[in-house]
Design a protein around this ligand. Structure first.
Ligand code: ZN
Length: 421
């Protein structure tokens, strides 16, 4: 099956589907997992794919050439951070995000909604959350610390960079993302937390729908105005927290609009991640690509893939690398531990990354303790490669018809020692 909302510029085709099973989470036991190809003006992405996060048009400590070498197919940057610094006009002048950072492959930007809204809540950048049982809208509206205010038209917030008051709306986000010039953009949505009340979640889903309609209108206008630039695809974002009816309603709303793809976003309790993806896929046309925003862990990736996710972004490899935590087939562990000081093996003997083929655990341990920047670089290269390769292997397992075995063996080994992540 092939789908192209804009022939010759952006499209998605499915290669292989996962077969239904008795415990499949979709309609009639459906499993929406699949392999496919996303076509963009800057090249193809074979899915499922891991999309590393280059927040400020840069991977921390890793040049783009090295990202290509370790197999990254696309990079995701942050519209809000680039709006704050250096400003979207600089990226437009440079010829777009990819050219600005010397990355010739496909690029994504998120809408800035997450960053703007999380100023009000202060929660972590992960999709899956632990729920404390507390239900209160005051969680994101707490007194002096509150830095973001939502109204019908958009969000007003105080810059974390300089304290200036800014305004984000559907139209402003689209204007910024068009100037940044990524191949895939996301509509401006309101993010809630799992602690918000049910009635607030309902209001928020409806508001996000109205913002989505405005994003589409502004996107179509800007696409026409900027017809000399490469086509930029727009994905609509589905919210609705943990509520099945709200997720289904939101997915139906996004499906009714001419988006090029869908972003599965918002707060989701970890145990419901796969189920939430399946609810959304139930309501969506199958031919649109699906991006799962802000995945947190290896088991979340499997749950997301099995239930229809095509692309995934995750800050864990970089964030963990900075603190010496490395991802391996045998779990996540810290390379700064004392026992590493005399360990002259690579992080993983069967890893093909630049770090593992050139450097020892002892050396990386030393660099990180000495706060040498190369320590961050080497640990991050390995971690990014770990996730890129994980998705490459998952893709091969779906095409080869052995996904279930691969999933079982990989998760059993990764979590055998009670590893986090
Ligand atoms: Zn490695």
């Amino acid at each position: 099956m092939s789908y192209s909302s804009n022939p010759g510029t952006f499209g998605f085709e499915t290669t292989q589907r996962l077969s239904p099973t008795a415990d499949g989470l979709g309609r009639d036991g459906a499993r929406y997992g699949r392999t496919g190809i996303i076509h963009t003006p800057h090249g193809d992405i074979r899915t499922p794919a891991f999309i590393p996060v280059a927040t400020q048009a840069a991977m921390k400590g890793i040049p783009p050439e090295q990202m290509k070498d370790l197999g990254a197919q696309a990079l995701l940057s942050n519209a809000f951070h680039l709006f704050e610094r250096p400003g979207e006009d600089v990226l437009d002048e440079a010829g777009g995000l990819g050219r600005f950072m010397n990355w010739s492959g496909p690029t994504f930007t998120d809408s800035g909604g997450f960053q703007v809204l999380s100023l009000g809540a202060g929660f972590k950048k992960t999709l899956a959350m632990d729920v404390t049982g507390l239900k209160s809208d005051q969680v994101i509206a707490d007194g002096k610390e509150r830095r973001a205010f939502v109204d019908e038209d958009g969000v007003t917030f105080k810059s974390p960079l300089n304290g200036n008051l800014h305004r984000f709306s559907a139209e402003i986000s689209m204007g910024i993302q068009h100037k940044i010039g990524a191949d895939v953009m996301f509509s401006f949505d309101e993010l809630t937390t799992l602690m918000n009340t049910r009635s607030y979640q309902e209001e928020s889903v409806e508001r996000t729908y109205r913002w989505a309609q405005r994003c589409v209108a502004e996107h179509e206008r800007l696409t026409e105005v900027r017809a000399d630039k490469p086509y930029q695809a727009l994905f609509g974002v589905v919210q609705g927290a943990n509520y099945e009816d709200l997720r289904r309603r939101a997915a139906g709303q996004i499906a009714s609009l001419p988006f090029d793809g869908v972003g599965i976003g918002g707060a989701i309790e970890k145990r419901l991640l796969g189920q939430t993806c399946a609810w959304i896929c139930d309501e969506m046309p199958e031919e649109r690509p699906r991006h799962v925003l802000g995945i947190a862990a290896v088991d979340d990736i499997f749950a997301g893939v099995e239930n229809g996710g095509d692309t995934f972004d995750c800050v864990s490899p970089a964030r963990c690398g900075r603190n010496g935590a490395v991802f391996t087939r045998d779990g996540r562990w810290n390379i700064m531990r004392a026992c590493m000081r005399h360990d002259f093996r690579p992080i993983e003997s069967d890893c093909d990354c630049y770090t593992c083929t050139h450097y020892t655990r002892a050396y990386i341990c030393h660099l990180l303790h000495a706060h040498e920047l190369n320590g961050l670089t080497l640990a991050s290269i390995h971690n990014e490669r770990f996730f890129v390769r994980l998705l490459d292997e998952i893709r091969a397992s779906i095409d080869g018809g052995y996904f279930d075995d691969y999933k079982r063996e990989t998760l059993a080994r990764f979590y055998a020692h009670g590893s986090k992540g």
